[in-house]
Design a protein around this ligand. Structure first.
Ligand code: ATP
Ligand code: MG
Ligand code: MG
Length: 500
């Protein structure tokens, strides 16, 4: 039902898929469980899913788990969790490692039929000959390969002593065809298979073989694999296996925010960033924690389409989609950064009722007792001078009598209570009653990188106070702090800025 709604809803659409037959499209999203999912994965998974739904076909989520040194159960779970949050519902969930016996059989067959060989050369030598476009001895004699293939799988070789290489073309202009590695020996505990398996296929071998075995009709992947397309099809040709159509799209990147595990992981590993849901990261858990909603991510991703253009979309575009979704449901509350006390002469204590949303009464209201003292934001205080008239939003006007400074900064303000007539020219500022303020922080994520350099000021902390009503909100509530921005309550008297 939800599915139907999502697809009827107006929003960006993808163009038709070439050669697609209604009812028989199979797509797949193949993440490696070596890290947390990010918004680039969202792009790939949503495109895969949209096409499967558009043609009443199937979406496979396939964990591409063929490197036990990098993969962890934690990451399978994180990816499944991330997709669930996004609302991506695969029809089939499987692991490449489920098919390891079949993959081994196909690898052996490829060697036996002369399409691949077992190479025992050193890595340096392989690299050198690849550069020169020359074959090694291992490639030249088929009987050597036949002799070695049994030993490849029976444990006779140690890690790095032997690999299986595709018999491509050592002189090919496309270096991806110069006898790339199809299998290598990896000593390591696989999260699902333990130590049982030592010979692991590379992505180059596992991807085409699995796509073909899984019945994938349209394999989609990012443009970075462009040079490997020839290899993908050559492997399937050599094995006489069915070939899916290959569709490429550009990687999603934002200026200053790298969207790749390769760039994110080092920051986690070296402790620069302590968790995968740090709000500066482009991971799905970080977006969720910041207050982005799945619907906005989906619309944003679909608005990008499946072009090959390498342009980085503005982050503001994603923010705009999100703002549209959360604006109608976010309570308007007050946060004052760097609070400054204002004493209001002539003010009679009163209780005001503040609406939680300007147009939606169902979001309720709150009652606040105001004496003759309120706090305003330090930045607003700094812009005031004696004689100014200011509107305290939904309260009354005040006229500034005296600004008391200390060390060049505004320490406190004395004002006189004013009338109730709101004039266009008056600054209208948020405030918090002195007896109602609770210490509060807002984390403000900034660009993670400036050029190639990690931005050491990528997380700004705004310190101040909120109304007790806001301090009591449950974590995960999305609010708009008036004149500050949309925020998601994170717990521990802290919120995270979603966007302005
Ligand atoms: P790594 O940096 O470790 O290679 P990754 O971030 O590229 O990791 P993968 O697990 O290799 O993630 O990618 C899984 C799938 O998601 C692939 O099909 C890939 O094309 C797609 N994908 C990954 N990153 C992006 C991105 N930034 N934009 C769009 N699609 C992406
Ligand atoms: Mg990868
Ligand atoms: Mg990758």
């Amino acid at each position: 039902e939800l599915e139907a709604k999502k697809h009827v809803e107006s929003g960006p659409r993808l163009p038709p898929l070439e050669g697609a037959v209604m009812g028989s499209v199979v797509t797949r999203f193949p993440p490696e469980p070596n890290g947390y999912p990010h918004i680039g994965h969202a792009k790939a998974a949503i495109i895969d899913e949209e096409y499967a739904r558009m043609y009443q076909g199937k979406l496979i989520l396939r964990f591409d788990d063929t490197n036990p040194l990098k993969e962890k159960l934690e990451y399978y779970d994180a990816i499944a969790e991330g997709l669930k949050w996004l609302g991506v519902k695969p029809d089939i969930v499987k692991n490449t490692s489920d098919d390891i016996s079949k993959i081994h059989e196909l690898g052996k067959k490829l060697v036996e039929t002369g399409g691949a060989y077992v190479c025992t050369c050193s890595q340096d030598k392989i690299h050198d000959l690849r550069g020169k476009g020359l074959p090694c001895e291992c490639r030249l004699d088929h009987s050597i390969a036949l002799d070695r293939i049994g030993r490849m799988f029976d444990g006779s070789y140690e890690q790095n002593q032997a690999i299986i290489r595709f018999k491509g073309d050592m002189a090919d202009q496309n270096t991806a065809m110069r006898d790339p590695t199809l299998f290598r020996i990896i000593e390591g505990e696989h999260p699902l298979l333990g130590n049982r398996v030592r010979v692991w296929p590379t992505y180059d071998f596992a991807a085409p073989v699995e796509d073909s075995l899984d019945g994938v009709t349209h394999a989609m992947r990012t443009k970075e694999y462009e040079l490997r397309n020839a290899l993908y099809f050559a492997i399937l040709d050599r094995l006489s296996m069915r070939k899916p159509a290959m569709i490429e799209f550009s990687r999603l990147e934002f200026e200053g925010i790298p969207v790749s595990k390769r760039k994110i992981r080092p920051l986690i590993d070296n402790g620069t960033i302590s968790s995968w849901d740090d709000p500066r990261l482009p991971t799905l858990s970080a977006f969720r924690r910041r207050g982005f909603v799945p619907e906005a991510i989906r619309k944003f991703v679909l608005s990008l389409g499946i072009t090959l253009a390498e342009t980085k979309p503005p982050f503001e575009s994603l923010e705009a989609y999100n703002r549209k979704v959360i604006d109608p449901t976010s309570m308007r509350l007050f946060f004052v950064r760097d609070p400054v006390e204002v004493r209001i002469e002539g003010a009679t204590p009163l209780e005001v009722t503040l609406k939680n949303h300007p147009t939606d009464a169902s979001l309720g209201s709150r009652k606040v007792r105001v004496s003759d003292r309120v706090y305003i934001a330090g930045e607003d205080a700094a812009n005031l001078k004696a004689g100014d008239e200011v509107r305290l939003i939904e309260l009354y006007n005040i006229r500034i009598k005296e600004i008391i400074t200390q060390g060049g900064k505004v320490a406190s303000i004395i004002a006189q209570v004013g009338g109730d007539e709101i004039r266009q020219s008056m600054p209208k500022i948020q405030w918090i009653a002195k007896n109602d303020i609770v210490d509060f922080k807002v984390m403000i994520p900034k660009e993670l990188y400036i050029g190639e350099e990690y931005n050491t000021n990528s997380l700004e902390i705004a310190k101040g106070g909120v109304e007790s009503f806001a301090a009591a909100l449950a974590p995960d509530t999305c609010v708009q702090f008036v004149r500050f921005g949309f925020c998601r309550i994170d717990g521990n008297n802290t919120a995270i800025l979603t966007h302005r």
